[in-house]
Design a binder for this molecule. Sequence first.
Ligand code: PXL
Length: 264
Amino acid sequence: VNTSPPVVLTIAGSDNSAGAGVQADLKTFFAHGVYGLTAITCVVAEVPGVVSAIAPVPAEVVAKQIELCLAHYPVAAIKTGLLCSREIVEVVAAFFSRHEIPIVIDPVMIATSGDLLLAVEAIEIYQTKLFHGATLVTPNLDEAGALLGRPVREIDEMRVAGRDLEARFGCPFLLKGGHLKGKDATDLLFWNHQVEEFSAPFVAGIQSHGTGCTYSAAIVAGLALGFSLDSAIRKAKDYVTRAITGHFRWNEIDALNHHASEAS
Ligand code: PXL
C-alpha cells in the first residue's frame, strides 16, 4: 500500500449530480491513486442538461480553503474548474503568482446544456492574470471562441485558434474538439510552437456531462504522478474515453418507479 500518494488540489464547483465539478475530480483522482483536496468555489444545483441554481462561495472563504491546503499538504499539482465569479478568479490568480506548483486550468464557462456558469467579467481576469505561466489550459471550442472573440467551428479553425492562443497567452493550450461533428473526437495540444493530436472514437448518442472536468482531473493526476505533459494527456484521453464508453444510464422512469414503490 502506498501510504503517501501524490496530493493534488482542485479549485472548482460542486455538482450535486456528481458527474462534473469537484465530485468528478475526486472520483478521477481516486481512480488514478492520487489524493485529492478541494477548494469549493460555488454550489451548482443541477442534473445533466438542467442547471437550476448557482451560489458562489465568498471569495475570502475560497482563499482560506486554498491557503490551508497549501500550508498543510505537499500539493504536487493544482487544477481549476468552475471559478464562478470575478473575485474568485482574482483570488486564484493571487495564489498562483506566489507558488511554483504546476497548474492546469479548465476555463469552464458554459455547461454542455448551454447554461452560462461563469460571470462574463471573469473572462478578462483569466486572460490578464491567470493564464500566464500555466502548465496547461484546456478550453473546448466554445471557450476557445470566447477567449479569442471569434467562432472556432472546425479542425482548420482549431489549428489557427490554438496557435493564436499559445502566442497570445504564452502557455500550452489543449483545444478539445469533442463538440465537432465527426466520427472521432480530436483534441490538439499546442506547446513549444508545435501541435500534437489526440484522437479517440466519438461515442454518439449519449447525454454526456462532466467530461471536461474528468479529462483535466486525469491530466493533473498524471502530472502529479510524474508523467510529461503529452503522456499525461494521452493517458487522460484514454481514461475519459473509457469513462464515456462505460457510462451509466438511469431512466427517469426508473426513478419514478422507485418513488412509487417507496410510497406504497
Ligand atoms: O462541466 C462543466 C461544469 C463544471 N463544474 C461544475 C458544473 C459543470 C457543469 O454543469 O456544474 C460545478
